[in-house]
Design a protein around this ligand. Structure first.
Ligand code: ARG
Length: 584
């Protein structure tokens, strides 16, 4: 199955080929002037050079062929050589009939058994998760869902930051102050005990980091502790293990609340044993060189337009760096999973880091040339003041606080709109949670990935406009309509009238939206589609009779359109990681 535009591209491509021209010129898209035509092909302009004719002449030859095809109800040349196309209602009805019968709503399963590793976590252990982790999780999880649906074997890895100087610094503080019992006595089966340690670390880490910044000797001790930890010396390592276990519990709680899934719960530390052999190999091949006591991989190229510093493998004191663990992680991923692609959904501000890492692993022959390495970077989430999002007091907003705030806001909005009246407290809380997460996710995902955006809780929880709650509301409305109609899901032949056609045409576009999202790691294409679909349904619903339609054929046809809209909307929201409540 394909989109209708793709199907037509095949037909128009044949016509170009019959004229001795490349069939790629026959690409058909949805018309950008819906008032003039349903579809258009601009290929005659591009083909005119190859054909050595003027564009209108080329278009004329194509149009003559297409006019004989009963698929089209209108074939016209417009302007300098655009070809405008309408299809017959019978052809359109046939296409959506097929789409409705397909359990993938017309989206092809690429079914290639390729593995993709996706990296979209990155929280550091011992620290509370904050809003900075939100975008990676939301976008990365959506990209994972989209790739999985397209047929990839996907592996999402949380890739915790658990091996850097921040750990040495924290553990050194516990040891130096004789307070290791705070960690050792933490009871992993007791939430209160876990929360207490998290609070202690949240307060202790910034304090020790600030002190080390002031005191060179203290900094050296913290760095020495990092090296000892990385050599797995005791008691550093045991303390670290405990801290990591406690931190994972906190992360799981946050990711579960967001509905974000990971297949792998690995961290930087897990690849430690790959580092020494990797560096040995890079040294043997002369890719790693010594510089001032440190070991580095030069990655600059002659045609670089900006400065490209070398990647540091080992610092002078022997500690490993961020780039080292990312390289070793690639070594491990290649060995364990042999992925065709590795995709990093990480803040755009880390683009230099990924450029260095990708160059270094390519240079070192750690990945095959045909393996794709992508940094799918994202922009900053700003507050209504246009600056990076903060709490009222100006601090970093914790992720769990943000989720609670959104739930409270969602609850207030529901009360205003009389949503959930007469429901049990549990069901209401469940709906408020779904509305809150839909609001947060849709507000984030609807932006082009690299763009910055303003996080405005008031706007994004509204039940009107381009928001998550609006989409949920429409989806629930269609569901309840189908329930009321006792629709049995067996579509008859579609019968299309003027009021039905716009929605029917829209329903043929889903495969193209999925393809764009997939190709560019860009979920916003699906947000756009979901919003247009919700709006398209809303006008359809307002313009025609459905339940009260007395013509049985027409009534069934309209119910079938509603059912297909519902199926596509739920599918798309699912790919975005947004859950639709049963009722609202
Ligand atoms: N822990 C890192 C940070 O806080 C993010 C990790 C992103 N993923 C990666 N493979 N480098 O900045």
């Amino acid at each position: 199955m394909t989109s209708l535009a793709q199907k037509l591209s095949g037909i128009v491509g044949d016509a170009f080929e019959a004229q001795g021209l490349d069939r790629a010129f026959g690409r058909v898209t949805v018309s950008d002037r819906a008032d003039l035509a349903q579809f258009q092909c601009n290929g005659a302009m591009a083909a005119s050079k190859a054909a050595k004719k003027n564009p209108r002449e080329v278009a004329g030859g194509i149009v003559e062929i297409l006019q004989k095809n009963t698929v089209f109800s209108k074939v016209e040349i417009a302007g300098p050589g655009f070809i405008n196309l309408n299809v017959t209602d019978a052809f359109l009805a046939g296409h959506i009939q097929e789409t409705g019968a397909d359990d993938r709503a017309g989206v092809p399963d690429l079914g290639h058994n390729e593995t993709v590793v996706l990296d979209y976590g990155g929280p550091n252990i011992a620290k509370a998760m904050h809003v900075g982790h939100l975008r990676a999780a939301i976008i990365g999880d959506a990209v994972r869902r989209i790739m999985k649906f397209a047929g990839y074997n996907t592996l999402g890895d949380v890739h915790m930051g658990d091996w850097g100087t921040h750990m040495g610094m924290l553990i050194y503080n516990y040891i130096a102050r004789n307070e290791t019992a705070v960690v050792e006595n933490t009871d992993l089966s007791d939430q209160k005990s876990i929360d207490d340690l998290m609070e202690d670390m949240a307060e202790r880490y910034p304090r020790s980091a600030a002190a080390a910044k002031e005191d060179k000797h203290l900094m050296e001790l913290a760095q020495a502790a990092t090296v000892k930890l990385q050599n797995k010396e005791e008691p550093y390592y045991s303390l670290w293990e405990k801290i990591r276990k406690v931190s994972v519990k906190g992360m799981e709680k946050n990711y579960t609340a967001l509905g974000v899934h990971f297949d792998l719960w690995k961290g930087e530390a897990d690849v430690h044993d790959y580092i020494a052999p990797m560096v040995d190999d890079l040294r043997a091949k002369n890719f790693a060189v010594e510089s001032d006591g440190a070991w580095i991989v030069p990655v600059a190229q002659n045609d670089d337009k900006k400065e490209m510093p070398p990647l540091i493998l080992y610092k002078r004191d022997g500690a490993v760096m961020y780039g080292t663990t990312d390289m070793a992680t690639i070594v491990e991923r290649v060995k364990l999973y042999n992925p065709a692609k590795m995709v990093y959904v990480v803040d755009q501000r880390q683009s230099l880091h990924f450029e260095q890492v990708f160059r270094a692993v390519r240079k070192g022959g750690i990945v095959r040339d045909d393996v794709e390495l992508t940094h799918a970077g994202f922009g900053t989430m700003n507050g209504p003041d246009g600056k990076p999002f903060k709490t009222r007091a100006g601090g970093v907003m914790r992720l769990d606080d943000l989720i609670t705030m959104a739930q409270e806001r969602a609850r207030a909005r529901m009360d205003e709109a009389h949503v959930g009246e007469g429901m049990s407290a549990d069901e209401k809380a469940d709906i408020a949670h779904k509305v809150a997460i839909a609001a947060i996710k849709f507000a984030d995902l609807q932006n082009a990935r690299v763009a910055d955006y303003v996080f405005d809780l008031d706007r994004l929880t509204s039940f009107e406009g381009k928001t998550g709650p609006y989409l949920l509301y429409q989806a629930v409305r269609i569901k309840s309509l189908l329930k009321k109609a006792e629709y049995d899901g067996k579509p008859p032949a579609f019968s299309l009238q003027d009021v039905d056609r716009p929605l029917a045409l829209l329903l043929t576009e889903l495969p193209d939206a999925v393809e764009s999202a997939l190709k560019n790691y860009a979920p916003h294409h699906l947000c756009e589609y979901a919003y247009r679909l919700a709006q398209g349904f809303s006008s359809f619903y307002g313009n025609c009779h459905i339940l009260s339609e007395t013509d049985v054929v027409l009534r069934n046809s309209r119910l079938a359109l509603c059912a297909l809209t519902n199926a596509q909307l739920e599918l798309v929201l699912g790919l975005l990681g947004i859950q639709v409540p049963e009722r609202m």
